[in-house]
Design a protein around this ligand. Structure first.
Ligand code: NAD
Length: 273
């Protein structure tokens, strides 16, 4: 099994499939992330919001895997936006993770009502410059937010991490990401599990001799997106990673493309505050 890599606009590479840890308690995170690292994942996606950076950091330290072989992402929570708060939040995350730097640091939500995401971005450019983050990016940014960041004339976000699964394919945001040279990373790639029982997905999986989760993840991987599925079940953690070896026929990819319904599992970035 070889995990495909995506080259970011910084020149760094990120594994195309990583491991998400939303809703994993800090006390469980060390064990769950250790299982994922043993299964072969080399990218972990956490966030200040998740409250499990300490457990994630412990698993990384305990793994014995060289630091430069694990891609670590964390995120700035909304209440930490602002030119003074953001760099301090980075330091707290690094302390909890037990790391000198993260590979990717994201603004979690644009929270346009706060009106702080542009000054926050400029503050994160300082974090990039002093090496506390090897790349910086955004999450849940709509095209208008991306255009505003790029119009600052500084660093272009390396990644835009967005809700993306068969029912919500975010074609306008993905087009903006491509136009600006920003990699698309799909959160809730399985629709938080809801996409797995779709009859079309189930039929495609059965016919190709794979599981519904593998069929959906193979569809994401074929599109060139980064994905970060989450599970706390060891067999599913391994099953999801094994999707890198699944190739679906083009007509099956098109049938999953046709499942777009606009159904979100998370908040709307335009109003999330
Ligand atoms: P997901 O789409 O990865 O679904 C996870 C759920 O699907 C699991 O809890 C489990 O119930 C089920 N599942 C997973 N693998 C399975 C399998 N092989 N067979 C059967 N069921 C399976 O949802 P998620 O956790 O919301 O998203 C993944 C990651 O994305 C998160 O852990 C987090 O890291 C990130 N995320 C980011 C944001 C953001 O705003 N940036 C928001 C939500 C999630």
């Amino acid at each position: 099994m070889t995990i495909p890599q995506i080259t970011l606009n910084t020149g760094a590479v990120i594994p195309q499939i990583g491991f998400g840890v939303y809703k994993v308690d800090d006390s469980e995170a060390e064990g769950v992330v250790s299982t994922a690292l043993e299964a072969g994942y080399r990218s972990i996606d956490t966030a200040t919001l998740y409250g499990n950076e300490r457990g994630v950091g412990r698993a990384i330290a305990a793994s014995g895997i060289p630091r430069d072989e694990i891609f670590v992402t964390t995120k700035l929570w909304n209440s930490d936006q602002g030119s003074a708060s953001a760099p301090a939040a980075v330091d707290r995350s690094l302390e909890l993770l037990g790391l000198d730097a993260v590979d990717l640091y994201l603004i979690h939500w644009p929270t346009p009502e706060r009106g702080l995401y542009l000054e926050t971005w400029t503050a994160l450019e300082g974090v990039l410059a002093d090496g506390r983050a090897r790349a910086i990016g955004v999450s849940n940014f709509l095209p208008e937010h991306l255009d505003a960041v790029v119009a600052l004339g500084g660093t272009v976000p390396a990644v835009n991490q967005i809700e993306l699964h068969p029912a919500l394919q975010q074609r306008e945001v993905v087009s903006a990401n491509i136009r600006l040279g920003i990699a698309t990373e799909a959160w809730s790639p399985l629709g938080q599990g809801g996409a797995l029982s779709d009859p079309v997905v189930v039929e495609i999986a059965e016919r190709n001799g794979v599981t519904p989760a593998q069929a959906i993840l193979a569809w994401h991987l074929a599109s060139g997106r980064i994905v970060i599925p989450k599970s706390v079940t060891p067999s599913r953690i391994a099953e999801n990673l094994a999707s890198v070896d699944v190739v679906l026929p083009g007509e099956d990819l098109e049938r999953i493309d046709a499942l777009e319904s606009g159904g979100r599992v998370g908040p709307d970035p335009a109003t999330m505050n």
